[in-house]
Design a protein around this ligand. Structure first.
Ligand code: LLP
Length: 414
């Protein structure tokens, strides 16, 4: 990402307050362009589902994945439509269960469904013959940047177990469901070794089908570098592996097969930063703590997965040594919970990070937080949802305002 300058970030903080999410539309467009070889880019909106971001995606020709009634509704409010009779759907609902209100909506609006369990097939089939469905297959293995983001294998709840593929296909036939294609997503942060295995599994499963399909989906999981020096994935290589698989599948069916990809993180992670203000600096024995006004109620990834986000300091007005001294620093938030620390490992061990001297009134920038940042926020400790700003070239606009205290209590005012 071309990170907005410190002056721009400080000006936005002065205008909207902190904590504040800031995204760059140009960075998102650059990521989209890198995947343009795929027939369909289907954005996994769970990464960053602000309606304005979804609109940017739609304008760029990207389609969308939805995993809940709320995400279906978001997609439709952003201008995506449901109910196509053929071709690539604008919205696909991917899940392992139907809650009752979602099932009603999916049927009413004819939302294409990526089915993750045999029970979903029965529930949809009994009510909505002719419905367009994908089968999400768990190939028996998976991989993720953390064990919490591995979505394949026997310990994962996701998808239809590969040995039940024939049973699932038979049910689509029994209920006259229209099988659009097969889908696999084995986790977030997939490496090339696993990628080749998934491609191989997709070929094998397609060859075992005794019905025709029109498409395959590579799922998401493309990683982005979070640490300096971490390797970028090569989108051309990623495409070439899937394209090779697609060709073998086309040879089996004797016609062209649409190749979809379903990234979340890859499209938005490095488009976004979280900006927070330093509110206290204190020594706990040998450890220097810098406490900011954002917590894991804003950015959950470090506390949840031990995820690393690069942190930079925007100096405020407090004078400091020109020498640029570096301090081993623990960066933490305001929550009344000891795990509210941004510098920790995935087993919860608090770590220090070498950072420039930081004082109350400085801003800290949490980089690479455009995916699974704002969308994973909560109201824990009765803290308010932070606003979101979208920069586009020389202009910017507020795409979500800060939640108010009154709004915090709306649901309880019965
Ligand atoms: N497709 C399906 C069916 C998925 O379950 C997911 C992510 C994606 C696509 C997009 O995956 P991506 O391209 O973003 O890796 N909160 C975690 C990530 C959880 C991902 C859940 N599913 C994190 O912050 O790393």
């Amino acid at each position: 990402m071309t990170i907005p300058s410190n002056e721009t970030l400080s000006a936005l903080a002065a205008e909207y307050g902190t904590p504040l999410w800031i995204y760059d539309a140009a960075a998102i467009r650059r990521r989209i362009a890198q995947l343009s070889a795929f027939d369909v880019i289907r954005y996994a909106q769970k990464a960053c589902s602000n309606i304005h971001i979804l609109q940017e995606m739609r304008k760029a020709g990207v389609r969308v994945d939805a995993v809940s009634l709320g995400e279906i509704d978001r997609a439709m409010r952003a201008g995506f439509s449901a109910g196509n009779a053929s071709g690539a759907a604008q919205i696909v609902f991917t899940a392992d269960v139907f809650d009752r209100p979602t099932l009603e909506r999916v049927i009413a609006d004819k939302v294409e469904v990526n089915i993750g369990s045999i029970d979903m097939l029965h529930q949809l089939g009994e009510r909505s013959p002719g419905h367009r469905v994908w089968l999400r297959i768990n190939p028996g293995f998976g991989h993720g940047h953390s064990k919490k983001t591995n979505t394949g294998g026997e310990t994962s709840k996701h998808g239809i177990w590969f040995e039940q593929l024939q049973e699932a296909v038979a049910l689509t036939r029994q209920y006259s469901l229209k099988l659009v294609g097969l889908h696999m997503h084995i986790g977030s942060g997939v490496d090339y070794g696993h990628l080749e295995r998934v491609c191989g599994a997709m070929i094998e499963f397609c060859r075992a089908l005794d019905v025709d399909i029109e498409a395959i989906s590579a799922g998401g999981g493309l990683s982005v570098p979070y640490r300096e020096g971490e390797e970028e994935i090569d989108p051309a290589h990623y495409f070439s592996l899937w394209d090779k698989a697609r060709r073998e599948i086309e040879a089996h069916f004797g016609h062209s097969i649409r190749l979809e990809i379903e990234p979340g993180r890859f499209l938005t992670a490095d488009s976004g930063v979280l900006l927070a203000e330093v509110r206290a600096v204190k020594m706990m024995g040998r450890n220097r703590f810098v406490l900011v006004d954002a917590g894991f109620s804003d950015l959950a990834r470090p506390a949840m997965y031990g995820s690393y986000h690069h942190i930079s300091v925007i100096p405020g007005t407090t004078p400091r040594d020109a020498g640029g001294a570096i301090f081993p620093t623990v960066v933490a938030g305001p929550l009344c919970e000891s795990g509210d620390v941004f510098t920790q490992t995935d087993n919860g061990t608090v770590e220090t990070r070498d950072l420039p001297e930081a004082h109350v009134g400085d801003y800290l920038v949490f980089h690479g937080t455009g995916a699974y940042g704002a969308t994973m926020s909560s109201n824990y400790n009765s803290r308010l949802y932070a606003p979101e700003v979208l920069i586009d070239g020389e202009t910017h606009r507020l795409i979500r305002r800060r939640q108010t205290l009154d709004e915090l209590f709306t649901l309880e005012a019965i």
